[in-house]
Design a binder for this molecule. Structure first.
Ligand SMILES: Nc1ncnc2c1ncn2[C@@H]1O[C@H](COP(=O)(O)OP(=O)(O)OP(=O)(O)O)[C@@H](O)[C@H]1O
Ligand SMILES: [Mg+2]
Length: 218
């Protein structure tokens, strides 16, 4: 989505530097409280958020691009989902992963994390009324592209809105912005891929299919 920036851009370098100091302070504070059993889980969640922040900032500082590994990106998004769900009582979501090791995407790791975080959050929100459910992530390499399917066993997406869900500000949920899938679509498209939505042919639930160019090692 974003291009890296010239390391000569002093303003940006200064911003990266200052943000890293902020992250340092937060993680030191989290380290201190992590020794208290009552706060250990919260401290761990804070540290994971700081890690995410560092990765977002890191893409500006780090000019080397090897391409994110899908398995790692999905694992991080699952951790984010589980952190999010700890604040919602009575909702349990199990994530089944069938993601072969070694598949690499083109683009930025934190952008791809946002893609899966948004899809997982939507699935969890859709399954919330029934107390949760299961998300399945399946992936394979197909004709030089990575294909990833994210499905859930929630109510599915009404046919009447299927064509609109990737549009910015379209939402059926009160108090939500309707931006999640628009962000997904934009990131996937900017990385040369496509994303489609459908309903499961058997049972109920939504299925999102992403196809994006794989990173071919040089
Ligand atoms: N897994 C899903 N199951 C059922 N409906 C879904 C699913 N994912 C998305 N939708 C539908 O698509 C709409 C748009 O999703 P999108 O993520 O763009 O916005 P949102 O979740 O409503 O708001 P935001 O993501 O900004 O918090 C949702 O309001 C919902 O109606
Ligand atoms: Mg959403």
């Amino acid at each position: 989505m974003s291009e890296g920036t010239g390391a000569s851009d002093l303003t940006l370098m200064g911003l990266v530097h200052d943000l890293n100091n902020v992250f340092e302070t937060i993680s030191e504070a989290a380290d201190i409280v992590s020794g208290d059993p009552e706060w250990a889980a919260v401290a761990a969640a804070i540290l994971r958020s700081v890690d995410r922040g560092r990765r977002i900032v890191g893409r500006y500082a780090d000019q080397s691009r090897t391409g994110p590994e899908l398995e790692v990106v999905v694992d991080r998004a699952v951790t984010f989902l589980q952190d999010f769900l700890t604040h919602l009582t009575g909702v349990k979501v199990k994530v089944q992963r069938k993601v072969p090791a070694g598949l690499r995407l083109q683009g930025d790791s934190s952008d791809w994390e946002r893609v899966f975080m948004n899809l997982f959050l939507n699935a969890a929100q859709a399954m919330r009324e029934s107390g949760g459910g299961e998300i399945e992530v399946q992936s394979k390499l197909k004709d030089g592209a990575v294909e990833v399917r994210v499905s859930d066993n929630g109510p599915g997406i009404p046919e009447a809105i299927l064509a609109k869900i990737f549009t910015a500000r379209f939402s059926t949920r009160t108090k939500q912005a309707g931006l999640g899938l628009h962000i997904v679509h934009t990131i996937v498209r900017d990385n040369g891929g496509t994303v489609t939505a459908a309903n499961r042919p058997e049972g109920t639930g939504a299925v999102f299919t992403i196809t994006a160019p794989a990173l071919v090692p040089e």
